[in-house]
Design a binder for this molecule. Structure first.
Ligand SMILES: *Cc1c(COP(=O)(O)O)cnc(C)c1O
Length: 481
């Protein structure tokens, strides 16, 4: 299996080469040359596998240049009981009474070290990066900006790994106590937390300035692990297969082949749902992929109208489901590539239109969104999140976080009789105790296994919003081959 660019200007490259990239050399996004196909017989043959075994089975279709025994080992290390609270790694939880029309269940993607779904991809990426770097005598210094979740998932996945260091910038005094404790309590030598005097955008600008300086980047072996990284996208496909298998365990054997389920995905950068799109394209019987947006509903508008009009930071609202506060969905280019018949010329023309006019008009393709790709979409608001957290707790006794609540709210609008609706649970409610309290009056403390987190000593370097100081800091601490 080789990987190409959506814009057609990159030589085909193997998985281990693109794992360290994200963006293709021509500015497009990296995609598999063809989507590997699996049959119902093959999927049925995976029913007895545990999560790491299933991950290796699916990832072996993509990481064809990593020997299978090694891939087995990487998946075993990534999805271990030491890192995930649930024995199943990804548990399914039916929400009794959540809808009068059909059954809604949660797919638990936040059992990992940072209590959010980013761990599902990052844990695999951490193992795979260390493996690939060691085999090519390379090193990688990850530089990133975070306002919370992505940074901690990267740090927990890469802590203690050989050949890798993490330089994570966060805005001073702007993260929750929980998020600060989670990141700053790490003691590994290769993790560097830098609290910048400023807001998230200042951190982001520093990262952009350093990543854009090619000489500095090369000298210090800098890289990123953002949501366009194809290693992350490939690892996220696994839980769609897993959820289908667990949902159909209770279906009579003769009715399992082709048994359709739908998924609802709380979305921001379109990474999670893109993995579902690829799983469906591989042959998994997914009826609908329902995109749930919050008030930042650029993607919902696109799937309802056929016009994609990204917004700037100034027009992006700060909401109570903050990890979805995104108005420019980096991964959408991969979906539009498929929509336009995987034709790099048509894709490039669409992005040219975006540069010229600030929008892409695909109204002519609108009927195909649902007919061919099964995509539906909806929007949720703060009031919806509060009402949904409250009603789910009242009817099923399950507490959900605000992002998952966006998902359940939209799932209720699209659930169909006889088709199980699986909502991806993207974070644990303990990370968002205020809205849970507002909705239910329940005061959530720390999860038991993290009870002492807030009391641990914290390690962070405070820095002015100063590019020169940051350069010096990184240059003196970057791991070199
Ligand atoms: C990142 C994130 C999302 C959005 O996922 P995308 O892949 O960016 O669409 C949703 N919920 C939570 C909790 C997240 O951390």
């Amino acid at each position: 299996m080789k990987y190409i660019s959506t814009r057609g200007g990159m030589d085909a490259a193997p998985y281990s080469a693109i794992l360290l990239e994200g963006l293709a050399t021509d500015g497009g996004l990296v995609v598999p040359e063809t989507v590997p196909q699996v049959t119902m017989e093959e999927i049925e043959g995976w029913r007895g596998l545990d999560y790491p075994q299933l991950a290796a089975e699916i990832l072996s279709r993509y990481a064809t240049d990593i020997p299978r025994e090694d891939l087995d080992e990487l998946c075993r290390a990534a999805y271990s009981r030491e890192k995930f609270v649930s024995e199943q790694i990804v548990p399914l939880t039916p929400l009794e009474g959540a809808s009068p029309i059909g059954q809604i269940s949660l797919v638990g993607l936040s059992e990992g070290p940072t209590l959010a779904f980013k761990d599902m991809a990052m844990q695999f990426l951490g193992q795979a990066l260390e493996y690939v770097l060691a085999r090519s005598d390379r090193t990688l210094n990850i530089i990133g900006a975070t306002s919370g979740d992505t940074g901690s998932a990267a740090e927990y996945a890469l802590r203690g790994k050989d050949g890798v260091a993490v330089f994570m910038l966060s805005p001073q005094g702007r993260m929750s106590d929980f998020q600060r404790a989670q990141m700053y309590s790490l003691t590994d030598d290769n993790i560097h937390n830098i609290a910048v005097e400023g807001v998230f955008d200042d951190c982001q600008n520093l990262v952009k300035a350093l990543s854009g300086d090619l000489a500095f980047k090369r000298q210090n072996f800098l890289g990123t692990v953002n949501s366009i990284n194809l290693g992350r996208i490939s690892a996220q496909m696994v839980y769609y297969f897993w959820a289908w298998l667990r949902q159909t365990d209770a279906v009579p054997v003769g009715e399992r082949a082709g048994f359709e389920v739908s998924f609802t995905v709380p979305s921001g950068n379109f990474g999670n749902i893109l993995s579902g799109h690829l799983a469906r394209a591989m042959g998994l019987p997914i009826r609908h992929l329902v995109l749930a947006a919050n008030e930042n509903n650029v993607l919902d508008q696109f799937f309802r109208t056929g016009t994609y009009a990204p917004r700037g930071a100034a027009e992006t609202f700060a909401t109570s489901s903050p990890s979805m506060d995104i108005s420019k969905a980096s991964n959408l280019e991969r979906f539009i590539f498929d929509l336009l018949g995987r034709d790099p010329e048509r894709l490039s023309a669409a992005w040219h239109e975006l540069d010229e006019t600030g929008r892409i008009n695909l109204i002519a393709e609108l009927p195909r969104f649902i007919e061919e790709f099964g995509i539906q979409s909806g929007t949720s608001t703060h009031a919806d999140r509060v009402a949904t957290i409250r009603s789910v707790f009242a009817t099923s006794g399950v507490l959900i976080d605000p992002h998952t609540a966006d998902g359940v709210k939209v799932a209720r609008e699209f659930v169909e009789p006889g088709i199980p609706m699986l909502v991806l649970e993207t974070a644990k409610p303990e990370k968002f105790p205020d809205i849970v309290f507002e909705a239910t009056g329940e005061r959530l403390g720390m999860p038991e296994h993290l009870a002492d987190l807030l009391d641990l000593p914290q390690h962070v370097t405070e820095m002015a919003d100063d590019e020169v100081e940051l350069r010096g800091f990184i240059a003196s601490r970057a791991v070199k081959p």
